[in-house]
Write a protein that binds this ligand. Structure first.
Ligand code: OAD
Length: 273
């Protein structure tokens, strides 16, 4: 990215970032993190996923019981869509913050764009499109799933029979956490630990509406610096030291540049599944 075309860091933000040396940084991301890669968010913009689909029809255990072919086709379409997308400079900057300064990455996102930008050990609070599992015995499929059929990729076909488990014959389901299901306790505890010890918390692209994920921000230390990156107001609530109304691609990259210059170029990896 070219410095000349980027908005300058606001003075207050620059002050906050240069006031101290940060030992523990956490990037906490939501759907807005991947919006600049073309992945629709859930609630913002005209193409928010929950504007075109009802969560109770697509993202609950009841929906799966009622119509697993509809649910499976939708998640397979989304998996395909993510595989065709690329991480943007904000994902790359978060990965560089991790590599250079040991930042933790906690995400509500089920895509793999943080990883494909080079991040590792990303804490996926809501699971992943790339970790399907058997709905009955909870084991992963023996073989990676093939790409979905063309008709599903192009949304010409809205139903697809899920594959069955080689171990027990149960149906394979998406490896995401649905409404009404519990988050993985070990992942939540690790996320709490990361946020609790952070002296800098970057809250990127989340509406802060879905709990318990959204409430994790509140475990940050009183003296932690908390910065929100979101082009829209009304996102994550609570104690923010600065709310930068900017996109993730620009905001995370600019902050990382300031904390960690010079930023090396990002090389994105192949899709994770
Ligand atoms: P939402 O769709 O609720 O909110 C997206 C946020 O991203 C909004 O605050 C937008 O203003 C912001 N945003 C939009 N474009 C952006 C950009 N280019 N850069 C930065 N921010 C941008 O998404 P989440 O808060 O992640 O859960 O939603 C939380 C959970 O609700 C999801 O993980 C999902 C959903 O239901 C499950 O499916 C269980």
């Amino acid at each position: 990215m070219n410095d000349d075309t980027e908005p300058p860091l606001p003075d207050r933000l620059r002050q906050l970032l240069s006031a101290r040396r940060f030992e523990h940084i956490t990037v906490f991301s939501g759907a807005g993190m991947s919006a600049d890669s073309g992945i629709p968010t859930f609630r913002s913009g005209d193409n928010g996923l929950w504007h075109t689909h009802k969560p109770e029809h697509m993202a609950t255990p009841e929906a799966w019981k009622r119509d697993k072919e509809l649910v499976w086709a939708w998640y397979e379409y989304r998996r395909h869509f993510v595989m065709a997308a690329q991480p943007h400079p904000g994902h790359c900057a978060a990965a560089r913050l991790q590599q250079a300064l040991g930042a933790a990455i906690v995400t509500q996102n089920v895509d793999d764009l943080h990883e494909r930008a080079g991040a590792t050990d990303v804490l996926h609070l809501h699971g992943s499109l790339f970790t399907p599992l058997c709905a009955a015995c909870h084991r992963p499929p023996a073989e990676p799933l093939p790409p979905p059929p063309l008709e599903v990729q192009q949304q010409q076909q809205q139903r697809l029979m899920p594959p069955t488990c080689q171990h027990c014959g149960g149906y394979i389901r998406p490896g995401v956490v649905w409404f009404g299901e519990n988050l993985d306790e070990a992942i939540v505890n690790q996320a709490i630990e990361c946020i609790r010890r952070s002296d800098l918390l970057l809250v990127v692209g989340t509406s802060g509406l879905v709990h318990p994920a959204a409430s994790l921000v509140s475990v940050a230390k009183r003296n932690a610096t908390i910065i929100e990156i979101n082009p829209e107001p009304g996102g994550a609530s609570g104690r923010m030291d600065f709310q930068w109304r900017v996109t993730a691609a620009v905001g995370v990259a600019r902050i990382a540049q300031m904390l960690n210059r010079p930023l090396k170029k990002c090389s994105s990896n192949a899709p994770g599944s």
